[in-house]
Design a protein around this ligand. Structure first.
Ligand SMILES: Cc1ncc(COP(=O)(O)O)c(C=O)c1O
Length: 356
């Protein structure tokens, strides 16, 4: 296990201390953790299923799988059979273990990326390559390629044509494509598309997996709730392995997820909250000298004032605002910071005042 990277967040501690010392308190925009309430419809479903003494199914209830398939059809124009839905205990565990499940020898992920893609490759003892260009990968076999649209940390949306090319490149080589779609409901200036949409994959899900999370859409980060779907053969293999490994979503959480996926009203209301926070914070950052790159979807502003990332982190910590340096997500992030919009309206307003 000693090939794992140091947990980078420890390096933010001194800046956190400084931000905490602000007389009006810290505005913590360094992590993408939800701060608004768990929707009532979801909480009620959890409570109603509280008396669940027996073991849950690794495959989840049929109701959960049907709710997931229904949500994908309704909101994203994707058709999957309910049998091909597999619940996850939050999507992070799956990102970390997928290369091991697949016995992958080489894993490729974006140059600026959620760090767990790299961690997953390392846990599997695989060769990890950060690359945005399939052309640059050379002739060696790639077992697993991650895409993430809308992306963390950049908020970038991959166009349909780009995803189509990735799918055909992968199919020519027998590479599995895993698409992390945890921000798919949060398109602002651009509309994200799923890897499983017929315009991308031509109607066949062969070799493709789409990974979804309830954390952001439904404020369920604390419940640990997600699912994967796609290639029926792959999903079946993953189900068998996860059964052996005891990777079961708790039964009350299954009930909560079923309710969350069947209801769009709470997700639409949550979107509005994030849209309003973005609309306040963006101009304040721009007036204070930051340029926002990409960030057309998702929960982050990918910003730069041209300085080294740590100088930017330091500067903002002096006015009590904590953000993440871009280099946490890859060497290409050395001059950017990632600013999450996951803070309360009150804290976002405080940040806006301090930036003036
Ligand atoms: C790109 C990406 N994938 C996966 C996750 C994990 O989400 P969860 O484990 O809460 O489903 C996150 C969390 O922020 C993320 O940014």
């Amino acid at each position: 296990m000693n090939n794992l990277p140091d947990f980078p967040w420890d390096r933010l501690e001194p800046y956190k201390e400084r931000a905490l010392a602000h007389p009006d308190g810290i505005v913590d925009l360094s992590v993408g953790t939800p701060v608004d309430s768990v929707p009532e419809v979801v909480r009620n479903a959890l409570v109603e299923a509280a008396d669940s003494p027996g073991y849950p199914f690794t495959h989840g209830t049929k109701a959960l799988r049907e709710a997931a398939a229904g949500w994908l059809r309704r909101r994203h124009g994707v058709t999957v059979d309910q049998q091909d839905v597999l619940p996850l205990i939050g999507s992070k565990e799956f990102v970390a273990w997928l290369p091991t499940y697949l016995g992958a020898g080489r894993v490729v992920f974006p140059e600026l990326a959620y760090p767990t893609y790299d961690v997953g490759a390392r846990l599997a003892g695989a060769v990890a390559t950060a690359s945005d260009s399939t052309l640059a990968l050379g002739p060696e076999r790639v077992d697993l390629l991650w895409v993430n649209s809308p992306g963390n940390p950049t908020g970038r949306v991959l166009p349909t044509e780009h995803l189509r090319k990735v799918v055909s490149w992968a199919r020519e080589r027998g590479t599995i494509v895993a698409s992390d779609e945890c921000y798919i409901e949060l398109g602002w200036e651009e509309e994200p598309i799923s890897i499983l949409h017929p315009d991308v994959c031509g109607g066949s899900h062969e070799g493709l997996l789409a990974v979804h999370s309830l954390s952001k859409r439904s404020n369920l980060a604390g419940y640990r709730a997600g699912f994967v779907t796609g290639d029926p053969v792959l999903v079946k293999r993953l189900l068998e392995t996860r059964k052996h490994a005891g990777m079961m979503m708790p039964a009350p959480v299954q009930a909560a997820v079923t309710a969350a996926l069947a209801d769009d009203a709470h997700a639409d209301a949550q979107r509005e909250l994030y849209a309003a926070r973005r609309a306040l914070l963006r101009p304040a950052l721009e007036q204070a000298g930051w340029q926002i790159d990409h960030s057309t979807a998702g929960l982050y502003f990918w910003a730069s004032n041209g300085q080294n990332a740590w100088d930017q982190v330091s500067k903002l910590s002096e006015i009590g605002i904590l953000v993440a340096p871009g280099e946490f997500y890859g060497a290409a992030g050395g001059r950017h910071i990632r600013i999450a919009v996951t803070a309360t309206d009150e804290r976002i307003s405080a940040a806006v005042r301090r930036l003036q």
